[in-house]
Design a protein around this ligand. Structure first.
Ligand code: ATP
Ligand code: MG
Length: 269
C-alpha cells in the first residue's frame, strides 16, 4: 500500500495504476519539501504521457541505449551525473548507487534555483548515502556560455570540466549548450523527439525509475570489459537509428492498443 497523505487515501497494490500513482505521490511530496519545482509536476505529467504510449516498460531500443551509455560512462575521463528535483525525488538511492559504482560525482543543477531548493535536494541525496555532492556553493560555480537559464551555473569541479554528462529530464537549451562545448551528453528522456533527445549523443527513451536500475545491472556486465570492447559498443550504437526504433515502438504499441480498444468498443455497443 502507498499512502497519499495529501488526500488521506491509500492506493492498494493491486490498483492497475499502482506504480504510476506511487511515483506521483513521490513527486507531490517532493514539491512540498521544496525538492521538486511546481513546473516539475508538469514535466512529470508529460513524461507519464510518453510512458503510457511506450507501454510503461523498458523497450529493446532503450536497453541498447543503456548498454552504450554505460560503456561511454566507463570510458569517460571526467563523467558527471547531473541531478535535478524530479530525479532526486524519484530515484535518490539509484543516483547515489550509480555515482558510487562508477565513481562519478553527482552535481545538483536546477532550472528553478529557488531559495532552499539546493539544500533540500542535498538533504535527500545525503539521506540516500551521498557524500560528495557538487553544485552547492555558488563560489565554486561558473557560467556556461550560450545559456540564459539558471542551468548555466555549473560547478568548476563538475560539469564545467566534465567530458561526459548524464542528464535526465533535461531542458533542450542546456543540452544544446553542453553539446556546443563539445561534451558528450547521455540523456534519459521519455520523449524521443524532445530537443534533449535529438541533441544527445545517447538517448535512453525510458522512465528514470526503470532506466537507472537497468543501468546498474548493466554496469555489472560491462565493468570488467577491456577498453576496446567498450569502445566498440559505443561505436556500434547509432542514436538516430535508436530514436527511430523508439518511435516505431510507440507506433506499434498504439496500433495494438487501438485494436484492443476497438474490440471492447464493439462488444459494448
Ligand atoms: P526539451 O526542452 O528537451 O525540448 P521539453 O521542454 O518538452 O523538452 P522539459 O520540461 O524541458 O521538456 O523536460 C522534461 C522532459 O523529461 C520531457 O521530455 C519529459 O517527457 C521527460 N520526463 C518526465 N518525466 C520523466 C521520467 N520519469 N523519466 C524520463 N523522462 C521523463
Ligand atoms: Mg524544455
Amino acid at each position: 500500500m502507498t499512502e497519499n497523505k495529501n488526500q488521506n487515501s491509500v492506493v492498494p497494490e493491486n490498483h492497475p495504476r499502482f506504480q504510476s500513482l506511487k511515483y506521483r505521490h513521490k513527486i507531490i511530496e517532493g514539491m512540498k519539501n521544496l525538492v521538486v519545482a511546481e513546473a516539475g509536476l508538469i514535466a512529470h505529467g508529460r513524461g507519464e504521457c510518453f510512458d503510457y504510449i511506450l507501454g510503461e516498460k523498458t523497450n529493446k531500443a532503450a536497453k541498447k541505449a543503456i548498454k552504450a551509455a554505460v560503456a561511454m560512462l566507463l570510458l569517460a575521463n571526467h563523467p558527471v551525473i547531473s541531478v535535478n528535483g524530479n530525479t532526486a525525488a524519484l530515484v535518490p538511492k539509484e543516483l547515489v548507487n550509480l555515482s558510487e559504482v562508477l565513481n562519478i560525482p553527482l552535481e545538483i543543477n536546477l532550472f528553478y534555483r529557488k531559495k532552499g531548493r539546493v539544500e533540500a535536494i542535498k538533504k535527500v541525496l545525503e539521506n540516500a548515502g551521498a557524500i560528495n555532492i557538487l553544485g552547492i556553493d555558488e563560489d565554486d560555480m561558473v557560467t556556461l556560455d550560450g545559456l540564459e537559464s539558471n542551468r548555466r551555473l555549473v560547478d568548476k569541479l563538475g560539469i564545467y570540466q566534465g567530458d561526459c554528462i548524464l542528464v535526465m529530464l533535461e531542458d533542450g537549451d542546456r543540452t544544446e549548450a553542453l553539446k556546443k562545448l563539445n561534451k558528450k551528453v547521455i540523456t534519459v528522456d521519455l520523449n524521443p523527439i524532445s530537443r534533449t533527445a535529438i541533441w544527445g549523443d545517447i538517448t535512453i527513451v525510458d522512465n528514470i525509475i526503470r532506466a537507472l536500475p537497468e543501468m546498474l545491472a548493466i554496469i555489472e556486465e560491462l565493468k570488467d570489459l577491456k577498453k576496446e570492447k567498450l569502445r566498440k559498443i559505443v561505436q556500434d550504437f547509432k542514436n538516430k537509428k535508436n530514436i527511430q526504433d523508439a518511435l516505431n515502438l510507440i507506433k506499434d504499441y498504439i496500433d495494438t492498443q487501438k485494436k484492443d480498444a476497438f474490440k471492447i468498443l464493439e462488444i459494448k455497443n
